[in-house]
Design a binder for this molecule. Structure first.
Ligand SMILES: Cc1cc2nc3c(=O)[nH]c(=O)nc-3n(C[C@H](O)[C@H](O)[C@H](O)COP(=O)(O)O)c2cc1C
Length: 173
């Protein structure tokens, strides 16, 4: 799938099929995530992959924002201490931007593999951290629900970029 086509046709999944997602495919999603840019190449992130049905059910109960039953979840976490690999620690704003880039890579990679996804920000952060036994320096900042989609593809959204741009300097939008 071409990048432009992937960008234009990606959509968040509501209805997931229960079929498991191949481990290789899940690894490909993480491979895509870790190729995202980060400030000073700090890579202050960790990705948890959950496929165990009982664990998924428990995480669902901690996630009011999650509709449906995904076959897997990827927990995007940030490190609050220097990455032992790079020795780098970044200001939180940059770390969050890195997570956003990793998320988008992951969403597009999943879409290009024919896998549905939905980012979930509405979940009990402390509860998820305790349930997954995370140390204090690892914060779960986003859950990505993953599974085969049963949703119908929607029409590409028509967005007028003139309404969100300014050219050269601030003017009337
Ligand atoms: C940071 C973030 C948090 C989100 N949290 C939720 C959520 O808790 N529950 C949910 O159903 N969708 C959630 N979404 C998905 C958005 O609602 C969805 O991306 C948006 O409506 C645009 O739709 P699209 O992804 O199909 O283009 C989240 C998306 C992002 C980027």
């Amino acid at each position: 799938m071409e990048v432009l086509e992937a960008i234009q046709t990606r959509q968040s999944t509501r209805l997931f099929q229960q079929n498991p997602i191949a481990v290789e495919a899940l690894k490909q999603l993480i491979e895509a995530a870790v190729r995202a840019p980060t400030a000073s190449n700090a890579q202050n992130w960790v990705f948890g992959i959950v496929t165990d049905p009982l664990k998924l059910e428990s995480l669902r109960s901690l996630s009011p924002g999650l509709i449906g039953h995904p076959a897997a979840m990827i927990i995007f976490c940030i490190r609050t201490d220097p990455n032992p690999e790079t020795g780098e620690l970044q200001i939180p704003e940059y770390t969050w931007m890195g997570i956003g880039s990793a998320l988008q890579n992951c969403l597009l990679m999943a879409h290009s593999l024919g896998i549905g996804t939905r980012p979930i920000g509405s979940y009990h952060k402390k509860g998820v951290a305790i349930y997954l036994n995370l140390p204090e320096n690892i914060l779960p900042v986003l859950i990505m629900a993953v599974g085969e989609s049963m949703d119908k593809p929607r029409k590409p959204r028509n967005i007028n970029i003139e309404k969100v741009c300014f050219w050269e300097e601030w003017g009337e939008l």
